[in-house]
Design a binder for this molecule. Structure first.
Ligand code: HAM
Length: 420
């Protein structure tokens, strides 16, 4: 049989690099945990209509990118292309809205999109997700945005930018849409773009082709057509962001790939990543709950791409997740020493010290190499002659200093040496 490989657009995250992945993932979730968000885990697949109704029938995500299949019971299921719609489904199903509002949730997990793979764009990727449901308060918008920023700051990232705009609400949108459609109808556009202008005119604003962009200079923008109440909402969000020390760039042409957004909408871009520069994005989605059959409740949230953030961390040359996994490494020589090593490593681990030893007979040289690779700061060598004398040799690899330690004191001495 030919060797098997991971499916196109997917990749394996292997040690030791996986330590950086974990560090990024956990650093991005820490601000959410500190802010009282509760962990929620929903299935990685949902009934297909959760996404067709939630994310929007006309989006690329739904029309071209979903992994949809019929299960053996004849149900149409879809691997989640994002987490929000499924979390909203859970919020409605379990009537979380019956409790105190807002309901603040975070999650992390796999998402799947059948996209053309390239650097930073995969078919299987990981998102850290944050949602605050049930309250429409500009201060909550600012909190959510600031939590996203905090995760990037905690990683040490600096070369990123927050793009911010307001997409209006269900009452502002139709009038603006009409204006935009009328404007686009006057332009010299190809047939496909004309059609897009009818179905989703906002997306034309995001067309990257220079010949299209050149004609869009005086296209009407949503932010100039907000009602008094949405404008006041947006002003308040910006005031709170200023108070929170968060800087942003106004992005009146920001277009998101999902249809549920209303009012505050944002994206985090990193300048070291090339084409796939969005490391996160989100916004308010005040119609999503109702669209999924729930009560008419608002929500706001974001998702950060862990894989892209890891690329951003690498682009800025940040040293993350490289702390040694192992603190103490035990090298036994001979059967009796082996028993002592296994027992000691077990005791150290129980006491919270990251400890390891060698397996298989490797000889002193091989064992010392393994000790070195483990990243341990301390190596304990227990040879046959040492054991006969009732000692082990504890070496501090950082200083090279070596001391003979009585067997009875090994546990306490190693533990003290690694500072646990
Ligand atoms: P999104 O902008 O589609 O929003 O995705 C969020 C982030 O996921 C992106 O900024 C990017 O970092 C990462 N991402 C998306 N697609 C890929 C891919 N193919 N490969 C690698 N990374 C990718 C959402 O998914 C919304 N659910 C966010 C949200 C939460 N809005 C409100 N609440």
């Amino acid at each position: 049989m030919a060797g098997m490989t991971a499916p196109k657009g997917t990749f394996d995250i292997l040690p030791p690099d996986s330590a950086r992945f974990l560090a990024v993932r956990d650093t991005l979730t820490a601000p959410l945990r500190r802010a009282g968000y509760g962990y929620i885990e929903a299935p990685a697949f949902e009934a297909t209509e959760v996404f067709s109704r939630g994310v929007g029938e006309s989006t690329d995500v739904v029309t071209k990118e979903m992994y949809t299949f019929t299960d053996r019971g004849g149900r149409s299921l879809t691997l989640r292309p994002e987490l929000t719609a499924g979390l909203m489904r859970a919020f409605i199903e379990h009537r979380l809205y019956d409790g105190a509002l807002p309901v603040k949730l975070w999650s992390v997990g796999s998402a799947f999109r059948y996209e053309r793979p390239q650097a930073g764009r995969y078919r299987h990727f990981t998102q850290v997700d944050c949602e605050a449901l049930g309250v429409d308060d500009p201060a909550l918008d600012a909190e959510v945005v600031a939590l996203g920023v905090q995760g990037f700051r905690d990683l040490g990232l600096t070369d990123f930018e927050l793009l911010l705009t307001s997409l209006g609400d269900a009452t502002d949108r139709p009038a603006y849409r009409e204006k935009l459609v009328a404007h686009l109808a006057k332009l010299d556009l190809d047939e496909e773009t004309r059609q897009r202008a009818q179905i989703n005119p906002l997306r034309v604003l995001d067309d990257k082709r220079p010949e299209v962009q050149a004609q869009l200079d005086d296209a009407p923008l949503m932010v100039d057509h907000l009602s008094d109440s949405t404008r006041a909402h947006y002003d308040a969000v910006r005031q709170h962001l200023t108070d929170l020390g968060v800087r942003w760039t106004e992005a009146p042409r920001l277009v998101r790939g999902l249809d549920y957004y209303t009012k505050t909408t944002f994206e985090f871009v990193h300048h070291g990543l090339g084409a796939q520069s969005a490391i996160g994005g989100g916004g308010r989605y005040d119609g999503l709950s109702a669209a999924l059959g729930g009560p008419d409740l608002s929500g706001i949230g974001y998702a950060v791409g862990v894989d892209r953030t890891l690329l951003a961390v690498a682009a800025e040359g940040l040293d993350i997740g490289t702390t040694a996994a192992v603190q103490a490494f035990v090298v036994p020589l001979g059967a009796e020493a082996k028993r002592l090593a296994v027992r000691l490593v077990g005791q150290l681990r129980e006491a919270g010290v990251a400890a390891d030893t060698v397996y298989g007979d490797r000889g002193l040289k091989g064992a010392m190499k393994a000790a070195d690779r483990s990243g341990a700061s301390h190596v304990l060598v227990v040879g046959e002659r040492d054991l006969a004398e009732g000692v082990g040799q504890l070496k501090d690899l950082r200083t090279g200093e070596q001391t003979a330690v009585p067997v009875a004191d090994l546990f306490d001495t190693v533990r003290a040496a690694v500072g646990s």
